[in-house]
Design a protein around this ligand. Structure first.
Ligand code: PMP
Length: 345
């Protein structure tokens, strides 16, 4: 904080991104990116769009919104597209949360929720996961608070059911319930069918994980038209050209490649399941993750030492902190990557 800083800066906490590939070529298993490339058609669509970068991008991102709406069987008016899903979380918090409209989320989840809340001075109520690291949906009923739940949950990869989500929406009717589906597409998990019956539900998705487009920065919210209109007001107040032209082209092309992604999702799921079994055979405790990562710990191995040793061997993984500091979170790469890693586990 400087003598020039606005008062909000005193509470503002930075999110710490995963370590990047600088100086050495690591196998990056620390930020839940895909180690598979996007389809060639997506790369070509992005290149074509790059040739007309002298023009502004479409502030309505019509092509992308229509493609998403068609994919989810919703109306384009139910979609707000953004520069990564971090940005749509920002719009949601700005639109629906403040000192009097607090936010509730699990103590172990995507840590960015906490950072973003600190910028807006939003009080956060963190509900502890159970001992086996599960969300107990009953603890989210009648809270009189906005709620954000990543499903599958970040860090653990564990899921709650759509029935549980519906009950959380029904019992918190004066607040929004944000379901962050960043990791949902791998197993085709989706609360989208609930949108028809729950006016306070907002679903957040990203192209960073399951569409192999983390660097393109594409995210969106799907919700009822009234909530989306509010997010669009924030968007037009803040950054009307928020999704760049290359991202609009890449994202819409990606949604035309259903077969490509289906094939890779089943490959990633298969690799994850066999990696989980191998880890368990080596004595690790592993959560039953449905995402493109696993969370594991070994009772006799120090996670900090493991992190350093794996880095030395050329693998970046994520060491967790706080209540789960003995755990490592490892993204699922190719089968060869995971087999190579297992040698050092
Ligand atoms: N939600 C969750 C649960 C995440 O883990 C992440 C990325 N780590 C995001 C949202 C943000 O992703 P992006 O901004 O790349 O869309």
């Amino acid at each position: 904080v400087t003598e020039f800083s606005a008062s909000r800066m005193s509470a503002c906490k930075r999110y710490v991104p995963g370590e990047q590939n600088r100086g050495r070529s690591y196998i990056r298993l620390n930020t839940n990116e895909s180690l598979y490339s996007p389809p060639q058609s997506v790369i070509e669509a992005a290149a074509r769009a790059a040739a007309t970068m002298n023009f502004y991008s479409d502030p309505e991102a019509v092509k992308l919104r229509q493609a998403i709406a068609q994919y989810l069987e919703l109306k384009p008016e139910q979609i707000c597209t953004t520069n990564g899903s971090d940005e749509v979380l920002d719009y949601i918090f700005a639109a629906f949360a403040d000192k009097d409209r607090p936010l509730t989320f699990p103590d172990i989840t995507y840590s960015f929720y906490d950072n973003l809340a600190s910028l807006y001075d939003i009080p956060c109520n963190k509900i502890k996961l159970s001992k086996d690291l599960r969300i107990q949906p009953k603890e989210y009923l009648h809270l009189n608070s906005n709620i954000v739940i990543a499903n599958p949950n970040a860090q653990t990869g564990l899921c709650i059911s759509n029935d549980a989500i519906a009950e959380i929406c029904d019992t918190n009717p004066e607040h929004v319930v944000i379901i962050d589906e960043a990791y949902a597409e791998f197993e085709r998990i989706s609360a989208v069918p609930l949108l028809a019956r729950h006016a306070n539900l907002i679903i957040v998705r990203t192209f960073s994980k399951s569409r192999f487009l983390a660097g393109a920065r594409i995210g969106y919210a799907a919700a009822g038209e009234d909530l989306i209109r509010e997010l669009e007001t924030v968007r037009y107040a803040r950054n009307p050209y928020n999704v760049n032209a290359v991202a609009i082209a890449a994202g819409s092309a990606a949604l035309a490649e259903a077969d490509y992604y289906m094939e890779y999702w089943s490959r990633i799921n298969k690799t994850r399941e066999s990696f989980k079994s191998e880890l368990r055979a080596l004595g690790y405790e592993v959560t039953d993750s449905k995402a493109n990562f696993v969370l594991c710990r070994h009772l006799e191995k120090d996670s900090g030492e493991m992190l350093d040793m794996l880095k030395e061997k050329g693998f970046l993984v994520r060491k967790m902190s706080g209540r789960i500091s003995e755990y490592l979170r490892i993204s699922i790469g190719t089968e060869e990557d995971m087999n190579a890693l297992l040698k050092y586990m």
